[in-house]
Write a protein that binds this ligand. Sequence first.
Ligand code: KIV
Length: 262
Amino acid sequence: MAVSVDQILRWKQTGQPTQPMAVLTAWDVMSAQIVDGAGADIVLVGDSLAMVALGYDTTLPLTLDDMLICAKAVRRGVKHALLVVDLPFLSYQTSGEDAIRTAGRMLKEAGAQAVKLEGGHSEVVETVRRLVQWGIPVMGHVGLTPQSVNQLGGFRKQGKTEAEADRILTEAQALERVGAFAIVLEHIPSDLARDITKALSIPTIGIGAGGYCDGQVLVTADVLGLSAWQPPFAKVYANLRQQAVAAAQQFCEEVRSGQYPA
Ligand code: KIV
């Protein structure tokens, strides 16, 4: 049976199952089939695809149309996991109406079951409240929020001072209050992630946030060793880029030497 938002919430609230949830990203049908087939509980069409699949330096240039194309392709490959889609930069910040329209398109056109958006200041919280009121499940995202990279001065760890840590905890609590069903905690100290996880009754999903979260997420291109660069907290489980280059080189050599076709 396919994973539902309700199941994700109950996971934390009942403590069953007891193991952390596993979340992976996807950007096209092949990556979706791979991570869904591997048993991920949630597949996230993260806007990191702007960097890993489209070659941009940040997530900012990604458009709503780019995201819809990728999300629809991922939908065709996901049969079991909960499908969550990121709202691209400036597709939801401009007004509550824009947020509803954008999130609505993700559900109506791409078949997403939930959307994720970044930040926890009062305007984001108000947007989440409106989306949830209209029946659109929302995953929050605090700590390092890559759409604010220019303001943060790079993809740096957040929450290192007491004031920052307090702010991030307060943001997570506010997102929970208005109905977010889960929250990504990105690149923050593990003690802070532990405190947030304890304080919330919705699941926390960590990335570079230590081992105390209710779940863990990584960008699949990093896990598979496909991306040219991986963040310091990523674990690389395979070296597919190297293997792919070697296979492509062998093909080129065999064509040139007449070995292929046999
Ligand atoms: O865009 C993304 O892939 C994400 C994850 C890193 C959580 O937001």
